[in-house]
Design a protein around this ligand. Structure first.
Ligand code: FES
Length: 104
């Protein structure tokens, strides 16, 4: 059964904002990119740095430690030194609450 984790009231995650939620599989960062929601694991695949505080350039998050880029829509790595994609998670709004699915 799919496990949906509550992240925040939808009203708190406005376009352009992000929020970290701590789950049993580790921290996940949820982005509201122009009213579309995307979630990725908050751990760079290069050396484990958190990604949530990175600069967002379009749909790419830039790792604050060494500068790797990841597409927040797909999790695909865009530039080294990381070479593995970051995990993504289905995200939705249910009953005015942002939720992320950690079972996929
Ligand atoms: S830890 Fe992210 S690029 Fe090195």
């Amino acid at each position: 059964m799919a496990e949906w984790i509550n992240v925040a009231p939808a009203s708190e995650l406005q376009a352009g904002s992000r929020k970290v939620v701590f789950t049993e599989i580790g921290p996940i960062v949820v982005f509201n990119l122009a009213d579309e929601l995307y979630s990725i694991k908050d751990a760079c695949t290069h050396d484990g740095a958190e990604l949530a505080s990175g600069v967002l350039d379009g749909d790419q998050i830039i790792c604050p430690r060494h500068g790797s880029r990841f597409c927040i829509r797909t999790g695909k790595v865009q530039s080294p030194p990381a070479y593995e994609d970051v995990e993504t998670f289905p995200t939705r709004i249910e009953n005015e609450t942002v939720q992320v699915n950690i079972d996929s």
